[in-house]
Design a protein around this ligand. Structure first.
Ligand code: COA
Length: 502
C-alpha cells in the first residue's frame, strides 16, 4: 500500500497531492497565513522553504500567524528573506528578534489564548491559507495533527483554503492523542465542559469540509529538537526553593498532598524546576500546561505525574527518539488540545492551577517583565504566561537573581516593561529563596523580595533605593527620576553594579 493510501483515506483528496513549489505559488502578496507549529512542534517542513525560494525571484510579503514559536529555522528564513509584514503571536528566533527590534516588520505580542478568539470575533484578518502539518487525513476530510495542536483548529475553521503537509516521519500512533474543541461565539457559548486534565471533550482531529483542502504535500522530517539546556546550580536552587514553598503549603493544609494541576512555562529555568519535582516526595501529580517538555516525560516515566495535558510536545533529540519509538506507552497519559483550551482562563481558574513561569526581571513590588530586555528590546513574547498567571490559583514567577555574569540584577527597583502586574504575581522564586506576596501590601513586599530573592551583591543597593523612596511616601513608594537608573547604568556602563556606593 502506497503511503498516500495509508495516510489519505479520502479518495478525492489523493488527486490533490502537489509539490511544495506549486503550493507556494498560490500564496499572494498581502495574504495572511495560519501556520501550524507550537514551540518547534508540528511545524511545516516543506512549504516555508518553497516560499523563501519563490521570494528570491518574486518578492512578496505576508502576515504569518502561528501557534507559538517555530522550529526548522522557519522564522530565521522568513526574517532573512524579508517576506513578513506582520508576525503573531509568539516567536523565539534570534534573527526574527533582530528584525522585530530593528522595526523591519510588525510583531503582535499576544496572550496565546487570544488569537483564536480574535479570529472568531473577526478582529484579525481572515486567514487566506491555513497550512497545517498532519499525520493523516481521514475519509471525511478530518485532519489528524502531529505533535502540536496550537491554533491549527482555529486557522482551519477561519481559512478560505487549507494546505496539508502529511509528515511520514511523525508516528501514526499520534492519532488519538488530540482533543479538538472550539468554544461557540461569545453570546452563544456554553461553559467549556472540562473539569479535570484527563477529560476529553472534543474530536480526535480537525473536522473540515474536504472541499477547502486545496493541496497536500508529503514530507518526511522530524521536528527540530528543543534547545533547552540542562539544569545548572542556580536553576537547581530555584527548584529547591520552589519545592520548599510547595511543601510548606501542604504542611499548612493550603494545598493537597498531590498538589493541584501544574503548569510550567518554556525555557531552561522552567524545565529545571519541573525536573526538581523528580527528586521530591510529591506523587500522583497532574500537569495542565501548554508545552510538554522533556521534564514532563521524565516525570511520567518516574510515575510522579499521572497525566499530562498540553497543546504541544517539544522534546530534545534523545527524548524524541524514546517517546516516539514507544508512543503507545504514553498515549493514554497525554492529551494535546488547542492552545485556546490549554490556556483558557475559564479552565485555569476552574482547575485551580499552580502556574510556574520564567521572568526576565521583577521589581521590588512584584511587577514582572517577561518580554522586553532593557525595557525596549523584544526577547520572545508573553506567550501563555499571562493566561496562566492571571487566572491560576498560584501564579509563581521564577528567575535567576542575576544575569550576564552578575552585571544585571534580575530584581530591580522598577521594571521598565510590565507584562504581569503586582496583582497577578503571587510568589516569586530565585536561586536565593522565595517570597510569598499573597496578601501583602507594596511596602510589605519590598523588604521581603529584597531579603529573600535579590542577589547579595545587590541587596544593599535595593534597600537604599527603597528607604529613600519611603521618604517620598505613597502606596507604592518610588523615586521616579531614579527608578530606571539601573537600566540606564547597564546600557551606558555595562553593569548595574556601577551604582553601588564604594
Ligand atoms: N536582563 C537582561 N537579560 C536577561 C535577564 C535580565 N534581567 N535575565 C535573563 N536574561 C537573558 C539571559 O542572559 C539569556 O541571554 P542569552 O540568551 O544571551 O544567554 C536569556 O535572557 C535567557 O535567559 P535564561 O536564564 O537562559 O532563561 P530561559 O531560557 O529560561 O528564558 C525567558 C527566560 C524569560 C526569556 C523565557 O522564559 C520567556 O521567553 N518567557 C516568556 C514567555 C513565557 O513565559 N512563556 C511561558 C508560557 S507557558
Amino acid at each position: 500500500m502506497g503511503i498516500e493510501n495509508s495516510r489519505i483515506l479520502n479518495e478525492d483528496l489523493k488527486e490533490r497531492i502537489v509539490t511544495a513549489e506549486t503550493a507556494a505559488s498560490w500564496i499572494g502578496d498581502g495574504m495572511t497565513l495560519g501556520l501550524s507549529g507550537f514551540t518547534r512542534a508540528g511545524d511545516l517542513k516543506a512549504i516555508p522553504d518553497a516560499l523563501v525560494k519563490r521570494a528570491e525571484t518574486d518578492p512578496f510579503k505576508v502576515n504569518v500567524f502561528t501557534g507559538a514559536s517555530l522550529g526548522s529555522d522557519i522564522d530565521r528564513m522568513f526574517a532573512e528573506a524579508d517576506i513578513i509584514n506582520k508576525r503573531l503571536p509568539f516567536q523565539a528566533d534570534p534573527r526574527m528578534r533582530q528584525g522585530i527590534n530593528e522595526g523591519s516588520f510588525h510583531f503582535v505580542d499576544q496572550h496565546l489564548s487570544h488569537t483564536s478568539e480574535m479570529l472568531r470575533q473577526g478582529v484579525l484578518p481572515e486567514v487566506d491559507y491555513a497550512i497545517l502539518e498532519a499525520v493523516s487525513i481521514k475519509e471525511d476530510g478530518t485532519i489528524i495533527p502531529t505533535t502540536s495542536v496550537g491554533n491549527s483548529l482555529a486557522f482551519a475553521m477561519h481559512a478560505e483554503h487549507i494546505i496539508v503537509e502529511i509528515n511520514e516521519a511523525q508516528p501514526g500512533a499520534l492519532e488519538g492523542v488530540h482533543d479538538l474543541y472550539a468554544p461557540a461565539p461569545q453570546g452563544q457559548r456554553e461553559p467549556i465542559p472540562l473539569v479535570s486534565p484527563e477529560e476529553r471533550i472534543g474530536t480526535e482531529g480537525i473536522q473540515v469540509d474536504p472541499a477547502k483542502i486545496k493541496g497536500i504535500i508529503f514530507t518526511n522530517q522530524l521536528d527540530s529538537p528543543s534547545t533547552v539546556t540542562p539544569p545548572d546550580a542556580e536553576t537547581r536552587d530555584i527548584a529547591g526553593h520552589l519545592i520548599d514553598f510547595l511543601k510548606e503549603e501542604v504542611r499548612l493544609g493550603k494545598l493537597p498532598e498531590n498538589l493541584v494541576p501544574l503548569q510550567s512555562g518554556i525555557g531552561s529555568v522552567a524545565n529545571a524546576v519541573f525536573h526538581g519535582l523528580l527528586d521530591s516526595d510529591f506523587e500522583h501529580l497532574q500537569v495542565y500546561s501548554e508545552v510538554l517538555q522533556d521534564s514532563v516525560i521524565d516525570l511520567l516515566d518516574a510515575g510522579k505525574v499521572d497525566f499530562a495535558s498540553g497543546c504541544s510536545v517539544t522534546l530534545s533529540e534523545d527524548k524524541m527518539k524514546q517517546v516516539f519509538s514507544n508512543f503507545e506507552d504514553y498515549r493514554d497519559r497525554v492529551v494535546l488540545r488547542p492552545q485556546e483550551i490549554s490556556n483558557h482562563p475559564e479552565i485555569i481558574r476552574r482547575l485551580g492551577l499552580i502556574s510556574i513561569n520564567t521572568a526576565v526581571e521583577m521589581d521590588i513590588y512584584g511587577n514582572v517583565n517577561s518580554t522586553h530586555v532593557g525595557g525596549t528590546k523584544m526577547m520572545n513574547g508573553i506567550g501563555g504566561s499571562g493566561d496562566f498567571a492571571r487566572n491560576s490559583r498560584l501564579g509563581i514567577f521564577v528567575t535567576k537573581s542575576i544575569a550576564k555574569d552578575g552585571d544585571i540584577s534580575s530584581i530591580v527597583p522598577f521594571v521598565p516593561h510590565v507584562d504581569h502586574t503586582e496583582h497577578d504575581v503571587d510568589v516569586i522564586v530565585t536561586d536565593q529563596g522565595y517570597a510569598d506576596l499573597r496578601g501583602l501590601a507594596p511596602r510589605e513586599r519590598a523588604g521581603l523580595i529584597i531579603e529573600r530573592c535579590a542577589h547579595p551583591s545587590y541587596r544593599e543597593q535595593l534597600h537604599d533605593y527603597f528607604e529613600a523612596a519611603l521618604e517620598r511616601g505613597g502606596q507604592t513608594p518610588h523615586m521616579l527620576e531614579e527608578a530606571l537608573a539601573w537600566h540606564r547604568e547597564f546600557e551606558t556602563n555595562g553593569s548595574m553594579k556601577k551604582l553601588v556606593k564604594s
